[in-house]
Design a protein around this ligand. Structure first.
Ligand code: MF3
Ligand code: CO
Length: 253
């Protein structure tokens, strides 16, 4: 079931997403060698509560497994859903995905970035740039008469033109009064055109891009997805409303 949002609801979602964007911006200023992912998580939760919001991911349950933290922090070959820990230390040359969501005033916001720690390899730089460009291409595919499949195709083409691969196991999603709503937003062509992009549809678009092959596996902790070939992965996400004037990116500071 697809829930279209009124302009007033989109305004409320804009406020939830602005909190997400501001906190992500603060987190990225703290990213440096020696910092632990646990520290970043504690800070994110504190800032969230100060804004009168609650972390969207903490306590989120999938098939009986409960996600224990406020931010998903995924390093290097980790694709998504990494669990922060006071024992996990950021090192020079790492790339670190910060995926963060809140619930505020009954509505969810969700966004992600991948950032370098100190100096990273040219390949890591290019992977991050291409993943961000794939997100931008997906957002630009939002126009009158387009369908979800056009977003998926634009993302896949951007990724594959760069010689990288797009993860199949995780997808973008509708967002609103729930973190995950219909429709799914795959980062590759499924063969179906998908639903039409109507005014009031709000989507979390989130390409996950691997430097090597697309295959991923789940680590022992039951959450962290990582690349099977051990090569790098990057992730960027925005929550975006479809409007009569085209895409409206909600998760900007
Ligand atoms: N941005 C991710 C998503 O939308 C984060 C979910 S983590 C979870 O699916 F813990 F909440 F599952
Ligand atoms: Co999401």
């Amino acid at each position: 079931m697809i829930l279209l949002k009124s302009p007033e609801e989109i305004d409320r979602m804009r406020r939830a997403n602005a909190i997400v964007a501001e906190i992500l911006a603060e987190l990225r200023t703290r990213v440096r060698p020696g910092v632990t992912t646990g520290e970043l998580d504690v800070l994110a939760e504190e800032l969230t509560r100060k804004k009168g919001a609650r972390p969207a991911f903490k306590g989120y349950a999938v098939a009986g497994r409960v996600y224990p933290a406020s931010v998903c922090i995924s390093i290097n070959d980790e694709v998504v859903h990494g669990i922060p820990s006071p024992r996990r230390v950021l090192r020079d040359g790492d790339i670190v995905g910060l995926d963060f969501g809140v619930c505020h005033d009954g509505y969810f916001g969700d966004a992600a970035v991948t950032v370098p720690v100190g100096r990273v390899t040219p390949e890591a730089e290019r992977l991050m740039r291409v993943t961000e460009a794939a997100l931008a291409a997906g957002i630009e595919a939002i126009r009158a008469g387009a369908h979800v499949g056009d977003i998926s195709g634009a993302i896949q083409d951007t990724v594959e033109a760069a010689g990288f691969s797009t993860v199949r196991e995780f997808v973008g999603h509708g967002i609103g009064r729930s973190l995950h709503e219909d429709p799914q937003v795959p980062n590759y062509r499924t063969g179906a055109r998908g639903v039409r992009l109507s005014d009031g549809l709000v989507l979390a678009i989130e390409p996950m891009v691997n430097a090597g092959g697309p295959e991923v596996f789940l680590k022992e902790d039951g959450w962290t997805a990582a690349t099977r070939d051990g090569r790098l992965s990057a992730h960027f996400e925005h929550s975006v409303a479809v409007t009569g004037n085209g895409p409206y990116i909600l998760s900007l500071p």
